[in-house]
Structure formats: C-alpha cells, structure tokens
Design a protein around this ligand. Structure first.
Ligand SMILES: [Fe+2]
Ligand SMILES: [Fe+2]
Length: 172
C-alpha cells in the first residue's frame, strides 16, 4: 500500500492547514495581534502554496483526462480558489487595520473578523470536501503509479507539511 502513492495524502495537508488557521483564530480571540498576524502569515503562505500545487500540476491533468464529474468541474475548483484568495486578502488587510484599534472598538473589530473567518471556513470545508470526493480520487484513477509519485513529490505544500510533521512542529 505504501508503494501505491495516492493523492488522498493531500487530505493531511488540508487538516494541517485547518490546524494552522485554528491557531491563528485562537490568537485573534485572545487579542494577541502579533501572534495572530504571525500565524496568519504561516497559514496564508502554505494555503497559497497548496492551491498553486493544485492549479499548476494537478488540475491541468485532471481537466485534460476527464470531464463530466458530478460536482467536480475544473471551473468549480478554480472559482473556489479565487474566492479563497479574495478572503485571504481581506483578512490580511483587516489584521493590519486592527493594530490601530484599542479597547472596545478593537474587540468589536476582532469579532467582525472572526465572523468573516467563520464564513470563509465554511467555504473552505466545502472546497476540501469537493477535492476529497472528486479531484483526488479521480486523479488516482487516471494516473499511473509513476506519475502519482512524481506529481506528489513536486507538491511543495505536501513537502512543507512533512517537514513540519518531522520537526514535531505544532500549529501553535
Ligand atoms: Fe484546492
Ligand atoms: Fe486542496
């Protein structure tokens, strides 16, 4: 089994990303703005890298070799990535603006941001499920063992996840 690489390994990357985001939100809840920003940067970098892996290596093969997958059209994956990038830019800006707030105003702005992040998280979980149910299993079916090994070795987000895991690095 270990000799048969699977794109379902990328579910681990999704889970790791979720942990990083939760750590960021936890810091935000405590109004630890420096830590919230630092953890957001880490989350954003890795999520952008993961979407780049999918858009540059995986989705092109999927789109070229298969079509008419229910709930698995290429446009859906790309469209959701675009929305995700839009949310990330919004959060980056909002985190910057929080720094100029104090007291009750700061708390209210933090609640507003946490609400928006909760909305984003709903979209993201929907997206992860779509990839788990369509993109990754279909990619397993339409690629050879050698291709899977090569493509997965080229996924920088998977490498980053493995490095973090080996280092015993928690999401905190
Ligand atoms: Fe994705
Ligand atoms: Fe993904």
């Amino acid at each position: 089994m270990s000799n048969d690489p699977s794109f379902l390994q990328l579910i681990k990357v999704h889970q790791w990303l979720d942990e990083l985001f939760l750590a960021h939100r936890t810091a935000l809840l405590s109004l630890d703005l420096s830590q919230a920003k630092l953890l957001f940067d880490r989350y954003e970098t890795n999520l952008l890298s993961h979407m780049k892996d999918e858009e540059e290596s995986l989705i092109p093969i999927y789109g070229a070799r298969i079509s008419d997958v229910p709930g698995g059209a290429v446009e859906l994956f790309i469209g959701e990535h675009k929305k995700i990038r839009g949310f990330l830019a919004e959060f980056r800006q909002a985190l910057g603006e929080l720094r100029s707030q104090k007291g009750l105003a700061l708390k209210h702005k933090a609640i507003e941001l946490l609400d928006r992040e909760g909305m984003f998280n709903g979209l993201l979980q929907h997206h992860h499920a779509r990839e788990r149910n369509a993109l990754y299993p279909w990619l397993d079916l339409i690629t050879s063992v050698e291709e899977r090994a090569t493509l997965l070795a080229g996924c920088s987000s998977l490498s980053a996840y493995k490095v973090a895991l080996d280092a015993g690095q928690s999401a905190k």
